[in-house]
Design a protein around this ligand. Sequence first.
Ligand code: GRF
Length: 210
Amino acid sequence: MSEEMHFRVAVFASGSGSNFQAIVDAVSDGQLPNVSLELLVCDRPKAKVIERAKQAGVPQFIFRPKDYASREAYEQEILGVLRERQIDLVVLAGYMRIVTSTLLEPYEGRMINIHPSLLPAFPGLDGIGQALEYGVKVTGVTVHYVDGGMDTGPIIAQVPVAIGEEESQESLEQRIHAAEHRLYVEVIRLISEGRVSVEGRRVRVESAHT
Ligand code: GRF
């Protein structure tokens, strides 16, 4: 496939970046044939994800929010970088900041997030701990479009993860993260193939055979 045909993805992350790594690995082993990973945006100069991006040769835009007068100011700068690199899809993967209309409007319907629970249950911080604490028997992972709310946008895909009798936070985190890595790669592939469309809150995913 020629370079122009590539679906250009930017990942935003603040921490470890295991989802970023899963996307890097999927691109390099051919699971995302249309995708080129063009950019990592990171708001924490010491985050482990930056090392991963360097290793993988993915360009980085690293910033410190406190160096800017406002959220709008740094989002404007990020927007400039996204435009310069002609980014088609913004993938939030553990990006620990609210995204506002400065970025959301230009990227409406082209920005996705992953959350470690079956939304609308347990939005916000520590979805895994919230589910354990509540005592649900099944939790999971959700990938959704980003809108102005906290984990409220239209749901693209979900996968359940059962909680065992003796489950610890660590064991559940491990299984949720493994599920996240598979689901995020799958959803990015579907979007890159133009198979995902939105009607109001309902997201339609065309299967390979239609
Ligand atoms: C994941 O659990 C994701 O669902 C949440 O933040 C975490 C990021 O983990 N939004 P990592 O940095 O990708 O390892």
